[in-house]
Ligand binder design. Structure first.
Ligand code: HEM
Length: 122
């Protein structure tokens, strides 16, 4: 928990600094900004690592709390399993979203997003 805590400080505060403070800051965040980040492997891996570490750290911390406070063995087992399954599902879905993201998916040639998405996939 301490090791992942230190890694999370770097990942979370790096994420907040780049998204909210650099260049146009929070006002620059729109679809193009996010799609631009996901066109870069560096930011794909940054976000995926942040997702994995936050979910594993958070679910493991919740497991500690459940083990500390839930006295009924059966209920404890159900809750710990639910935590593990929820974390695993979110890790799989989030990782798929980051690595399969396609800014042109569903965008029509005469749509407002066409030029933005074409510039991103080049
Ligand atoms: C800057 C980011 C973070 C740092 C430095 C950090 C650090 C820590 C540390 C050192 C512990 C262990 C405390 C102990 O052993 O008593 C802990 C526990 C915990 N963390 Fe984090 N954490 C961070 C982010 C998160 C996030 C994003 C979540 C949720 C997704 C989370 C959820 C928890 C939970 C549920 C516990 C267990 C608390 C307990 O045992 O009572 N943390 N954290």
């Amino acid at each position: 928990m301490r090791g992942s805590g230190v890694i999370l400080i770097v990942l979370i505060f790096g994420h907040l600094f780049v998204n909210l403070m650099l260049d146009g800051g929070i006002h620059a965040i729109d679809f193009g900004f996010v799609a631009g980040k996901y066109a870069a492997p560096f930011w794909q891996w940054w976000d995926v690592l942040m997702l994995w570490f936050a979910l594993i750290h958070g679910a493991n911390g919740m497991r500690t709390i459940v083990n500390d406070y839930v006295t009924h063995a059966g209920v404890r087992k159900v809750l710990v399993w639910a935590l593990g399954l929820a974390a695993a599902l979110l890790i799989i879905l989030g990782t798929l979203v980051v690595f399969t993201f396609d800014p042109c998916n569903g965008v029509l040639e005469d749509g407002a997003m066409w030029e933005t998405c074409q510039a991103l996939v080049k």
